[in-house]
Write a protein that binds this ligand. Structure first.
Ligand code: PRX
Length: 633
């Protein structure tokens, strides 16, 4: 039996022994009584009775061996600021922030809502909350006031921490007016808003609740705030994610299980060792940022690089130069960023010394085969696609190179990670699918450590949303379609909520996209299902071309459209052929790179796409509208 199979089997057959051993990776102030409490399924409590603290494990614990090692390297190409913090300096900053928060009344169990851009203070604030035993809830800086208000009302924070502004692509976004509006809308009114002044936006300390951070930081410059030792399953944070309803869904995580899961993942999946440098290009407002900009690299004693900016400013070589300059060993981003980089001049990549880089990790959306092949060839290093969710906190599927470097298969993020009892199931019967058969990806009880423990303030919603969709079985639904092959590799075929049905045939819009993406002319593509009188639904495709100028005249445009339809015919059969292919120059996406398919589908069906707080560029929607109206495309 392969090393991986044996390792995975042990984690499933005897989770108590498996995770009991893994738990030794972190510091326990008080040892746990039991590894796993399964008395109240589908809830699982890990390491019950054990007392620990995330900030202690991420920072204090390293002061003995690596006080002078960089813990955090901060680079902003928006402001030109570059800063380095050793573990000792990071420790001091967290203590200052914790003392400031404490002076504003924050205590164990309180929620602290962080509405912050990518600045070092965001890291200090998250870890200061962990230190105090307060529960942070980071709200992505791009969210608009109504969304922020909904989160304020759900989390009922004792304090909000914000900044004067964020910056993206050279544009300054004032935060305080958004906070003002959100507080006017929200029922819950926290007594204070702590303001980090980056001096990007006009001074706005007029509101009665705004408190400036800098003078308080000075006041508490030498503060020492002890770590609160929390019971392992007390909440560490709440991170809101979108569900099928408009109501915000607070993914709640524990303390001990999360620390253990992240520490283990750094060895088995990321192969990151103390002293290494990791660059995760994500945002602290997303789960990838929580886990792999902040907690995991610090818990494992690495140097983490935090970046504010886009991958193509000042030019398309910036990320590769960061790798060279900071001798980055591990890099983690989303496929979208690579598709952007793929369009850049190849000289940028060739010129940089990338010898320090060992592995590139990609997650968050499907890694299309053309992009995977391009980056694998261009980099000449392992590229590790990994599949997971806000809910799980760490990878569900990956080639776990620290366990066994199984060969990657293009189009698949790999095999189930240890701890996850994954099975692909028939959506109606709940029966396991045979290899090659498409079904819903489910996870058995218990979810491993690190996964969500409940929906904040709504246990029933946790049960109803995640554990009730497979008939007659206690299974967690990922809401993703997948197919597993004979070797255990899983391919993701899109969300169960994006399924389309064309004349009685169920199709994944993702499968059609994959086919179109294989066409040489196509840079990016989105496929959605729209209502059709005859067939129930048909697929519509929106494509971004690599060289739009080549298809400017009507004849070559028609030839292109025929070619694209044939590509789909060839890959999937004529049934999957999109009714129409529209050419646009950009697709509507969230800032984290997810295609806003439902918004496109709504426009295509003449419906209102609704509020899109996370949209990267609203102009993309206008393009879709224009394409549908026949103005272009
Ligand atoms: O549909 C899957 C897709 O993103 C969803 C989870 O998104 P989020 O909660 O933002 O968490 C991202 C954590 C990396 C999943 O249900 N997804 C995520 N990773 C992949 C993916 N789809 C295909 N391949 C992946 N590697």
């Amino acid at each position: 039996m392969s090393r991986y199979r044996d390792f995975h089997r042990r984690s499933i057959d005897d989770p108590e022994t498996f995770w009991g051993t893994e738990a030794q990776r972190i510091h326990w102030e008080t040892p746990f009584d039991s590894v796993l409490d399964r008395s109240n399924p589908p809830f699982a409590r890990w390491f019950t009775g054990g007392r620990t603290n995330l900030c202690h494990n991420a920072v204090d614990r390293h002061l003995v061996a690596r006080a002078q090692q960089n813990a955090l390297v901060y680079v902003s190409t928006e402001t030109g600021i570059e800063r380095r913090y050793t573990y000792a300096e990071l420790h001091a900053e967290i203590n200052r922030m914790a003392a400031v928060m404490r002076s504003l009344g924050v205590k164990r169990g309180d929620r602290v809502l962080l509405y912050l851009p990518m600045i070092p203070e965001a890291v200090f604030a998250m870890l200061a909350c962990a230190r105090l035993g307060a529960i942070h809830s980071v709200v992505f800086g791009g969210f608009a006031a109504p969304n922020l208000a909904a989160r304020i009302d759900d989390a009922k924070p004792a304090l909000i921490v914000t900044a004067d502004a964020g910056a993206r692509g050279g544009k300054v976004i004032d935060y305080t007016p958004l906070v003002d509006e959100a507080l006017a809308r929200a029922q819950h009114k926290p007594p204070h808003v702590l303001l980090i002044d980056r001096q990007l936006a006009p001074e706005r300390l007029n509101a009665s609740y705004l408190v400036a951070y800098e003078p308080l930081r000075e006041q508490f410059f030498d503060a020492h705030v002890p770590c609160e030792w929390l019971e392992s399953s007390e909440p560490s944070y709440v991170l809101y994610t979108s569900g099928t309803t408009g109501r915000p869904k607070g993914v709640q995580r524990d303390v001990g299980g999360y620390a253990v899961a992240l520490a283990a993942s750094m060895e088995y999946i990321f192969e990151g060792r103390a002293g290494d440098t990791m660059f995760t290009a994500s945002d602290i407002g997303w789960v990838v940022g929580h886990s792999y900009i902040i907690y995991a690299p610090l818990i494992a004693g690495l140097t983490t690089v935090m970046y504010e900016g886009t991958p193509i400013r000042p030019d398309g070589g910036i990320w590769w130069r960061l790798v060279e300059q900071y001798r980055i060993n591990l890099m983690f981003t989303a496929p979208t960023a690579l598709r952007v980089l793929k369009k850049q001049d190849p000289k940028f990549m060739k010129r940089a010394d990338l010898s320090s880089l060992r592995t590139l990790f990609l997650a968050g959306e499907p890694l299309d085969e053309p992009t995977a092949s391009w980056i694998t060839d261009a980099l000449g290093k392992p590229v590790v696609d990994n599949y997971w969710q806000t809910e799980t906190g760490w990878p569900i599927l990956a080639i776990q190179r620290g366990v066994e470097a199984l060969p990657p298969k293009l189009g698949s993020p790999g095999v189930p990670a240890y701890g996850y009892n994954l099975s692909v199931r028939n959506e109606f019967t709940g029966e396991p699918c045979t290899p090659g058969e498409k079904g819903v990806i489910t996870l058995g009880y218990p979810l491993p450590p690190g996964c969500m423990t409940t929906v904040w303030g709504d246990d029933q919603r946790f049960v109803d949303t995640y554990w009730s969709s497979v008939p007659g079985q206690q299974l967690y639904s990922t809401f993703d379609w997948g197919v597993q092959d004979d070797d255990g590799y899983v391919t993701i075929l899109g969300r169960t909520d994006d399924v389309i049905n064309v004349a009685g045939h169920r199709l994944g819009t993702r499968e059609i996209e994959e086919a179109l993406a294989g066409h040489a002319a196509v840079a990016e593509v989105a496929v959605v299902g729209v209502a059709d009188k005859l067939k129930g639904q048909v697929a519509l495709a929106f494509v971004v071309l690599r060289e739009p100028d080549r298809y400017a005249d009507p004849a070559s445009r028609t030839a292109l459209e025929t070619g694209l339809a044939l590509t789909v015919d060839r890959h999937l059969g004529a049934i999957a052929r999109p009714a129409r292919v529209h050419v646009v120059t950009m697709l509507p996406k969230t800032r984290s790179g997810k295609l806003l398919r439902r918004a496109i589908a709504a426009l295509a069906e003449g419906r209102d796409p609704g509020d899109l707080p996370t949209i990267e560029d609203p102009a993309a929607l206008a393009q879709i509208r224009a394409a549908l109206d026949g103005v272009v495309g």
